[in-house]
Structures are given as structure tokens and as C-alpha cells.
Ligand binder design. Structure first.
Ligand code: SF4
Length: 440
């Protein structure tokens, strides 16, 4: 069987679990584009290109395996099942709640004579199916899904519809899941979720309890927190991350806009000044931390003045890199019907301006480590340059010269200079293995 994933890290993590289920049932996993009997495509939320992209993958899979059964799952499948069922070659459309049963239903798909649509209403879904996956082919960094779904109603977002209400991994399962990944050889685990800061275990524990427990365990690996909403990022969480050697000194905090008017239209749960306080607190407690921000440009009603307000706000906040998204209308969202559409060329120009600002800041952040030691988790070896590449605790991309054979784990490297052609990344020289208690 073959699998293909579109979209976010959580989707990759869930595809990994689907693959594992198939393996346990004796299936061999091959690459998409090789002869096979079942193809599973895990899709992303509805965008303008979702159907084109999905059809393209189906065609690619069926070209090499014309008789294969094609199962389409994920957010797009949840939101548009009938549309997908009408695509040529689709055997089954499986919604979000059915993802974990795909391997168990394989025989059903192999025998199907007409498209099967297995999509449930997610309104009352309280089930949580954990998953974890490696990034790329290396077994150095794994994403662990602790939380799924979202109860917020940001006006541009289809995720609550596609993934259902917020739910979380059972609290007692968290540390064993991290230890299990460590035993599999991973050196870094990224705690992930759709709205991670809204982690709320069935037994009442919140995300701060997860962070506190992780910090109190002698874990032999580095733990990174993935994206966390600013209204859920408390000073208690920041204090624990700042003082714990286990946690990477890195936080990614979506802002989306620096204009209070646009934030209100987006139905975000904070205002720019509150956001500033959070980021300044992070910078105050962790002076070197990587601080990432998501920004959406070209949201309906974002006039030149409001974009400039947002730009000035961003200039005044101490982050280290941006992820800039150009707004695109998504069906089933309130924002798609808002007045004040921003012309596409204006959206693109604003995106380019913010990306340039981001590159500048990212380069400054990278350059601030020159002469210092950082701890990197090597992910891949580039034989052409004889360098290992990986991320530092502070989320700086490091190219480290050193021995080709390294013990698996975190390593100390001295930063020599910014990388010549990519000043947002740095060159470093290997100093030795990092002590487990100082993994960050
Ligand atoms: S917090 Fe907002 S943007 Fe994030 S998943 Fe929930 S609704 Fe979507």
C-alpha cells in the first residue's frame, strides 16, 4: 500500500499512524507512484487548490497502479465528501473520525464495487487518537500529537469544522509516549496539537501541567513546544520552559495581525497590546529564544492604513522570525463573505514586505550566536560539504562541520559565522556530545 500526505505536521503524524496500522496487518508500504493495491491520501483543509491537488495525487497513484483502491481522508474529506466521491478512481472517502480505522477496513475497500462515504458529524466527537511521526527520514525529531480539534471560531479558519471539538491525550499517557519516542532513538520531541494551549485532559489537567511534568522528569531528550495561541500562553508556562534544561528555548505564537480592528474581525481572543506583553515576557525570561509569529496578510478589510499599523506593531515586538500567509478565501468561513476584499497583487506585495522583514530579523537572530556554543540535534549529513545540519534549541538552522559518524543525540557546536548564501542560518564547528541533563 502507499500513502500521501498534504498539509500540516499533525496530518503527517496521523499518516504515520495509519501506515503503522497497515504494517501491523502485514501490508508492505511502498512509495506513491509504485505498483500497489491501496492508496491512502490524507488531505488538508479546503483551499482553492484542494480539489486540483487531490485529483493530481490520485492520477499519479493510479498511473503506476491502475487497479489500486484509493481512500481519501483528512480535513478535505470531512468537509467535501460528496465532491471527492465523484472524482474518478476514488474508492472511499473517510472523515476525520474514521482515520484510525482505515487499515482495519482495508478488506472492505478492496472488495468495494461503488464509492464508500464514511464521514460522521464531529459535533459530539470526544475521542482522541494519539499519533507521532518523524520529520523527514531522520529519526532525530518526532512530532507527538497531544491535542486535537478546536473550540474557537476564528473567522478565516475551517479547522474546527474539519477536526471537530477540542480533545486531548490522557494525562498519564503523555510521559510514557515521550519516553517511547526516546527509546525509538529520537533526540527531540515536538509537543503538537491543533490548539495545544487548550490541552484539557479528561481528568482536568491543563497544558501547564503537561509542561510542569515534562520539566520534572529526567528525560533523555529535548522537548519543543509547537505553535501555541497567545491567550493560552501563561507566564507560568513560560517560566517553566525558561528554567528547564529539557525544553528548547523556542516558542511559536500566532499573531495573525498587528491591527486591533483586523484581530476583532478575525475573532481572535487577544489584542495587540496583550500579545506584546506575552512576547516581551518570553524575551525577558529567555533572551536568546527563537520566537516565531504567524501573520496573515490581505484579510478582508485590511486597508493600506491597517496593514501599516500591523507592520509597525510587528517592527516593535522582539520576535525572531515570521511565517507569513497570504489570505485566501475558504469556503464555509464567515470571512469569505466579508466586504473589503484586498486585490491579489496587493496581498502578494504585503507578503513580500513582511517576508523581507522576517529574513532581516532571522539573520540578526542567527548572527547573535556567532562565537557562542549552541546545542544542535543533527538531522542529516551533507557529504558534499562534510557538514551536519540541524536545529539549535533556539531554532536556528545550524550547519556543523564535524565527524561523519556521530553518536545519536544532542551535540554542542561553536557558531563561527552566518552561512554565506543564507545568512538566516549559521556555520558551526563540532565540540562534542551534549550532556543529557543539558540537552537544550
Ligand atoms: S485557534 Fe483559530 S486558527 Fe487556530 S485552529 Fe482554532 S479556529 Fe483555527
Amino acid at each position: 500500500m502507499a500513502l500521501h500526505t498534504l498539509g500540516c505536521k499533525l496530518n503527517y503524524s496521523e499518516t504515520s499512524s495509519i501506515a503503522e496500522d497497515f504494517r501491523k496487518r502485514g501490508y508492505e508500504i511502498v512509495d506513491l507512484g509504485e505498483p500497489t493495491d491501496i492508496i491512502v491520501i490524507n488531505t488538508c483543509t479546503v483551499t482553492e487548490q484542494a480539489d486540483t491537488e487531490c485529483r493530481k495525487i490520485i492520477r499519479r497513484g493510479l498511473k503506476a497502479a491502475p487497479d489500486a483502491r484509493v481512500v481519501v481522508t483528512g480535513c478535505y474529506a470531512q468537509l467535501k465528501p460528496e465532491e471527492i466521491a465523484s472524482f474518478d478512481g476514488v474508492t472511499a472517502v473517510v472523515g476525520t473520525a474514521g482515520k484510525s480505522h482505515i487499515a482495519a477496513h482495508a478488506e472492505l475497500y478492496l472488495e468495494a464495487t461503488a464509492p464508500i462515504v464514511d464521514v460522521q458529524d464531529l459535533d459530539d466527537d470526544t475521542s482522541f487518537v494519539g499519533s507521532s511521526t518523524a520529520e523527514g527520514d531522520s529519526r532525530s525529531r518526532a512530532f507527538l500529537k497531544l491535542q486535537d480539534g478546536c473550540d474557537y471560531s476564528c473567522s478565516f479558519c475551517t479547522i474546527p469544522l474539519a477536526r471537530g471539538p477540542a480533545r486531548a491525550m490522557a494525562f498519564p499517557d503523555v510521559i510514557p509516549a515521550i519516553r517511547d519516542l526516546s527509546q525509538q532513538g529520537y533526540t527531540e520531541v515536538v509537543l503538537s496539537g491543533i490548539n495545544l494551549g487548550e490541552y484539557h485532559a479528561p481528568t482536568g489537567e491543563r497544558f501547564v501541567d503537561v509542561v510542569r511534568t515534562v520539566a520534572s522528569e529526567a528525560l533523555p531528550l529535548r522537548v519543543r513546544v509547537s505553535s501555541i495561541e497567545p491567550n493560552t500562553l501563561t507566564t507560568a508556562i513560560i517560566d517553566i520552559i525558561a528554567s528547564s534544561p529539557v525544553f528548547a528555548k523556542h516558542l511559536h505564537i500566532p499573531l495573525q495581525s498587528g491591527s486591533s480592528e483586523i484581530l476583532r474581525k478575525m475573532r481572535r481572543r487577544y489584542q495587540p497590546e496583550h500579545y506584546r506583553e506575552i512576547v516581551e515576557y518570553v524575551r525577558h525570561t529567555m533572551s536568546d529564544a527563537g520566537i516565531g509569529i504567524d501573520v496573515i496578510v490581505g484579510f478582508p478589510g485590511e486597508t493600506d492604513e491597517l496593514f501599516e499599523e500591523s507592520y509597525r506593531f510587528l517592527e516593535s515586538v522582539p520576535w525572531s522570525y515570521l511565517h507569513v500567509f497570504t489570505y485566501s478565501e475558504r469556503v464555509n468561513t464567515p470571512a469569505a463573505a466579508y466586504p473589503g476584499r484586498v486585490p491579489v497583487d496587493v496581498r502578494r506585495a504585503r507578503t513580500a514586505r513582511l517576508r523581507a522583514l522576517s529574513d532581516h530579523r532571522r539573520s540578526q537572530h542567527a548572527a547573535s550566536f556567532v562565537g557562542n556554543n549552541v546545542v544542535i540535534v543533527p538531522e542529516s549529513y551533507d557529504a558534499a560539504t562534510s557538514r551536519w545540519v540541524g536545529w539549535s534549541s533556539e531554532y536556528v538552522r545550524v550547519h556543523m562541520s564535524g565527524p561523519e559518524l556521530l553518536v545519536r543525540g544532542a551535540h554542542v557546536a561553536q557558531v563561527v559565522s552566518p552561512l554565506q548564501d543564507h545568512p538566516t542560518e549559521v556555520l558551526a564547528t563540532w565540540q562534542g556530545l551534549s550532556a543529557p541533563s543539558h540537552t537544550t
